[in-house]
Design a protein around this ligand. Structure first.
Ligand code: SAH
Length: 215
């Protein structure tokens, strides 16, 4: 049953305009793809896409690229994008594993990376799969501009502690940090993701950090 769903999702993927089929071809040329020189913000693990859709609507002068590795999930995001009345020319999505991010971007091509409610991979032996482990952070550093930043939100307190330690280990500085975003000064302008809504409604504190690589 599950496999049949996945097959259907694959067949349907190319019927959406917002999904980029061979995103590697735009490495170093994303500005040509978008047709402007606006900043590029990406979200890794975009889920159903609500967060990026709101950002893209609110900020027409920023280009957004959503990464999602699961086809069934990305189809949901594409359906949500198509529900919008007007086409979102500043938003596209790629079915891509963040492990391979260096295949999609040249050095200094990205202005911001959002990591929202990334999978915690609680077992030590799976630590390398966490999107905030130092191997990932090294790759993010390569594609980010010098002044570019990473914004990470999670309900998971131990993943947050771990991520802060990893960020320190690769020499990152913290521009903003809170263990309770919704009670903090940083809440203004915050756009909730679908995981965030769920955890916030349950009364769970949301951790947030905005970090940059030191010179
Ligand atoms: N950001 C959304 C979804 C969080 S769940 C929200 O906050 O509501 C985490 C998502 O990240 C899942 O959809 C999962 O498929 C995706 N993901 C996990 N690892 C990934 C990777 N290596 N590359 C791309 N997407 C990934």
């Amino acid at each position: 049953m599950r496999l049949r769903n996945v097959k259907r999702a694959f067949e349907r993927l190319d019927s959406y305009d917002a999904v980029i089929q061979d995103p590697e071809q735009y490495k170093g040329r994303w500005h040509e793809f978008f047709g402007n020189d606006n900043p590029i913000y990406i979200e890794i693990g975009m889920g159903r896409g609500g967060f990026l859709i709101s950002h893209a609507l609110n900020n027409p002068n920023i280009n957004y690229i959503g990464f999602e590795k699961f086809t069934v999930v990305i189809v949901k995001a594409l359906e949500n994008i198509e529900k919008e009345e007007n086409p979102l020319n500043n938003l596209c999505v790629v079915r891509f594993d963040a492990q391979q991010i260096l295949e999609l971007f040249e050095d200094d091509e990205v202005d911001r990376i959002y990591l929202n409610f990334s999978d915690p991979w609680p077992k030590d032996r799976h630590a390398k799969r966490r999107l905030t482990c130092r191997d990932f952070l090294h790759r993010y550093k390569q594609v980010l501009k010098a002044e570019g930043n990473i914004i990470f939100k999670t309900d998971n307190d131990s993943l947050f502690d771990y991520s802060i330690e990893e960020m320190k280990a690769v020499d990152m500085d913290f521009e903003k940090m809170t263990l309770d975003l919704h009670k903090s000064e940083f809440i203004e302008g915050n756009i909730m993701t679908s995981y965030e809504k769920k955890f916030h409604e349950m009364g769970k504190n949301i951790n947030m950090v905005q970090a940059v690589f030191a010179e």
